[in-house]
Each structure stands twice: as structure tokens, then as C-alpha cells.
Design a protein around this ligand. Structure first.
Ligand SMILES: NC(=O)C1=CN([C@@H]2O[C@H](COP(=O)(O)OP(=O)(O)OC[C@H]3O[C@@H](n4cnc5c(N)ncnc54)[C@H](OP(=O)(O)O)[C@@H]3O)[C@@H](O)[C@H]2O)C=CC1
Ligand SMILES: O=C([O-])C1=[NH+]CCC1
Length: 173
């Protein structure tokens, strides 16, 4: 999943340097090689701290059950996209870091019931992404912001429909 997220980031931001950390360095090297082969500037970091240092955007996408990203490693004004820890008993972001951030999510109900990091920190969700897109809630660009992604069933349904159409309607067998 992470390669696709990174490519989307690169499509949006013109200047960038991507640093990749994985607990298994060979996996990080493999991803960096893939990104470089697609002309995306990427390099391996030996630690999460090194990867996060001075980063404007941090993407966490792990199956970790204890936090891997700590508050002291993240600069003021950074934005974090947290994709992992989608269960109440899973964590990938340190509690203090979640408390420092303004929390955005795809579904408030899901975040309050499923996102371990949000539940443990006991912080309110500031806005759903839909509210930001509609202009009813601000993006707070200069603050530390955290987008807690959990996925919406409608995304799966629409994707399944697109795949079905490609297979059976646009390209009938
Ligand atoms: N928000 C959303 O919409 C969605 C969220 N998810 C969640 O995102 C996460 C990643 O999913 P996906 O990419 O499919 O999973 P993968 O199994 O492909 O990748 C998991 C990654 O997490 C790493 N990892 C696992 N445990 C730890 C740990 N304790 N510390 C550090 N790194 C760890 C793995 O490292 P290694 O390579 O060493 O094994 C691997 O790089 C999962 O938690 C999944 O449930 C999934 C789909 C949608
Ligand atoms: O596939 C998955 O592991 C998940 N999808 C949404 C939350 C977790």
C-alpha cells in the first residue's frame, strides 16, 4: 500500500525528498529502488527518528501494536498521515504526539471507536476530511496536524464496482 501512497504524495508536491524506514532494512531498500526506478527521489533511513527529522509530511503505514513515531522527533507544523493502527488495541504514534496534533479523519465514528492512537490519547477528532473539503472546517496548515485514515466501506464498494466494470462491461470476456 505504501508505494501507492508515496506516488500520490509526489504527484501533489513539486519539491520533495522521500526517506523510507522499515524495521527490516532490506524491505526499505527494495521500496527505495522501486521509487528511484520511477524517477522519485528516495533514500533509506536507518531509524524512524532519522526519517522523521525535519519532515514536512510523515506517512506511517505499519502493523505495529506499540508506537514507532515519537513526539520529540516531529517538527512543529508537520503533517502526519497515519494509515496503520486501525484497531483499538493497536498503536503506531506516541500518545504525547497525538495530543499535540489536530486530528482529522475520514469518519469520526470510526476514529472514535477503532483508532487505537486516538482512543488511548483521549483527544477529540477536530474534523472529517469531508468537512475540510466542503469548507466548514479549516485545514490549520501551520499547526501539527494528523490525518487518521481508517477507510470507508463506500471506497471498497466503489473500487469493486470499477474493477467489475473493467472486467465485465468495458472489456467483456
Ligand atoms: N487506513 C486504511 O484505510 C487502511 C489501513 N490498513 C492498515 O495499514 C497497515 C498496513 O497495511 P499493509 O500495508 O496492507 O500491510 P503490510 O503487511 O503490507 O505491511 C505492514 C508493514 O508494517 C510493518 N510492521 C509490522 N509490525 C511492525 C512493528 N511492530 N513495528 C514496525 N513496523 C511494523 C511491516 O514491516 P516488515 O516489512 O518488517 O514486516 C510492514 O512494512 C495495517 O495496520 C493495516 O491494517 C490497511 C488497509 C487500509
Ligand atoms: O485492510 C485492513 O487491514 C483495513 N482496512 C481498513 C482498516 C484496516
Amino acid at each position: 500500500m505504501l508505494p501507492n501512497i508515496l506516488k500520490k504524495n509526489v504527484a501533489i508536491f513539486i519539491t520533495y525528498q522521500i526517506r523510507i524506514w522499515n524495521r527490516n532494512i532490506e524491505a526499505a531498500e527494495k521500496l527505495v529502488t522501486l521509487l528511484i526506478s520511477e524517477n522519485i527521489k528516495a533514500e533509506v533511513s536507518k531509524s524512524v527518528q532519522e526519517a522523521a527529522r525535519d519532515a514536512d509530511i510523515i506517512n506511517t503505514c505499519t502493523g505495529a501494536s506499540t508506537p514507532i513515531l515519537k513526539a520529540d522527533w516531529v517538527k512543529a507544523g508537520a503533517h502526519i498521515n497515519s494509515v496503520g493502527a486501525p484497531r483499538p488495541d493497536f498503536h503506531e504514534i506516541e500518545e504525547d504526539l497525538v495530543r499535540k496534533g489536530i486530528i482529522y479523519t475520514d469518519s469520526r465514528e470510526s476514529a472514535e471507536n477503532e483508532a487505537g492512537d486516538v482512543i488511548k490519547a483521549g483527544v477529540p477528532v477536530f474534523a472529517e476530511i469531508g468537512e475540510v473539503l466542503l469548507g466548514s472546517k479549516p485545514a490549520n496548515k501551520n499547526s501539527l496536524t494528523i490525518y487518521k485514515s481508517l477507510g470507508l466501506a463506500v471506497q471498497d464498494a466503489v473500487t469493486a464496482r470499477l474493477v467489475y466494470n473493467m472486467l465485465y462491461e468495458n472489456n467483456p470476456l
